[in-house]
Design a protein around this ligand. Structure first.
Ligand code: DI6
Ligand code: FE
Length: 407
């Protein structure tokens, strides 16, 4: 019997450049690489000199460019009505946060504006912000609710996130952050948490509107006990959890999150060694948010040495929100993670690729470049991957590829 060797078929092949695969959280460089894509997945990846005979519908010459996995922004509050630039200006003219809050500003202002906005208005304003992230290399984004704080308006925010995914070349993971702040209708925090447990979470789960559940555990928000009750219900509904923890003070929210095998605990400036140990044990990712650290002029640094010592995976995200992090570039956050948190450029890139994928529970398919993984990647006009963290701003994207399609 004749054995006919037929050429390998690709929808597209990329040649003439270099690849940082980010496997295992390291650059893992392939120089003079070739990457073949078929049906939206990576079908071949290695040194070009090893390529078998192939046929490709499209051939892309990288001209020396670098390919990395598409960036993953694993913590954003991208959907909201209005903005708070006016408060930013007020503060710089000497009005305090407290005074602004007393005048009905702060999160309450964003809740009002989000409730008042139509779904179409929210799609339009969020879309502009999302396009900025995408143009800077983001191929997957997490979007939280949390400025609605009523069943209807939380669902509205989650529908907007769904609509963004349906109309743009981006993967969106939706998180229900109904326990973000107190809505004006409730005076008692326990009563609001009861409402979330009895009504909001079951409905969100039944409609399949969220991939995860999040809360803000802080003196100005919800206590460890309240978050515990809310997480118990999330768990019973098979929804993974994540938590805003130890941002302004140390309450032990991180340990609670770890006890629920949380996907991530986020912010973490005030975490202690016992929190780090608990995260290492549960495999919970530490999501650091340098945009909020910078905007709040925080001086307490997250415990980088302890996180490294215990081998906790570290992700970096924009925390894009109208109050504490109006950030529209994930690459700028990578630069800030290096400068403010002493991360290396390699750690920062791992933090917006493979570790960010783990923080969203999608690392089997996303976050690094390997055979069979989703072909989400960026071709960058840089001479080395370290440049991605080096430039403050600028447009370094040469080509953006989502599920194998140039977008
Ligand atoms: N932590 C924060 O820093 C933001 N939310 C949160 O849970 C604040 C959001 C805002 O000010 O609108
Ligand atoms: Fe946040």
């Amino acid at each position: 019997m004749d054995l006919i060797e037929s050429p390998v078929q690709f929808d597209g092949i990329w040649l003439g450049g270099h690849v940082a695969t980010m496997e295992g959280g390291q650059y893992h460089v392939i120089h003079d690489a070739a990457m073949g894509v078929k049906d939206g997945r990576i079908a071949w990846l290695g040194e070009a000199s090893q390529l078998p005979e192939y046929q490709a519908q499209q051939c892309h010459d990288l001209q020396g460019a670098w390919i990395t996995p598409g960036l993953i922004d694993c913590h954003t509050h991208l959907v909201f009505g209005g903005n708070r630039a006016g408060e930013f200006e007020q503060r710089l003219n000497g009005v305090s946060y407290q005074q602004i809050a007393q005048q009905g500003g702060g999160i309450a202002a964003s809740v009002r504006a989000t409730r008042d906005a139509s779904e179409a208005e929210l799609v339009a304003s969020s879309r502009r912000r999302l396009l900025s992230l995408m143009q800077d290399g983001v191929t997957t984004v997490e979007i939280k609710s949390g400025y609605g704080l009523s069943l209807e308006s939380e669902l509205k925010m989650l529908r907007v996130a769904t609509e963004l995914e349906n109309t743009l070349p981006i993967t969106v993971k939706r998180t229900c952050l109904a326990a973000h702040a107190m809505p004006p209708e409730f005076a008692d925090k326990d009563a609001y948490i009861d409402h979330l447990c009895e009504v909001v979470l079951p409905k969100v789960a039944a409609l399949g509107m969220a991939d995860a559940v999040d809360a803000f555990c802080e003196g100005i928000a919800f206590s460890v006990d309240q978050v515990d009750r809310y997480f118990k219900v999330a768990q019973s509904l098979d929804l993974p959890v994540k938590l805003h923890a130890e941002q302004l003070s140390s309450l032990g929210g991180t340990r609670l999150a770890a006890s629920y095998q949380a996907l991530s605990a986020d912010h973490l400036e005030f975490m202690e060694e016992a929190d780090v140990a608990a995260m290492a044990k549960s495999g919970t990712v530490a999501v650091l948010l340098p945009g909020a650290f910078y905007t709040l002029k925080e001086t307490q640094l997250p415990p980088m040495d302890l996180l490294r010592e215990y081998g906790v995976k570290i992700a970096i995200a924009t925390d894009a929100n109208p109050g504490t992090s109006p950030a529209l570039s994930l690459r700028l956050m990578m630069n800030m993670a290096c400068t403010l948190f002493s991360m290396t450029p390699e750690e920062a890139l791992a933090g917006t690729t493979i570790h960010a994928a783990t923080a969203l529970g999608i690392d089997k398919t996303h976050g690094s470049l390997a055979l069979g993984k989703v072909a989400d990647f960026i071709c960058w006009d840089v001479e080395s991957p370290g440049e991605l963290c080096y430039w403050l701003g600028g447009n370094l994207v040469k080509q953006r590829v989502q599920q194998g399609v140039v977008t």
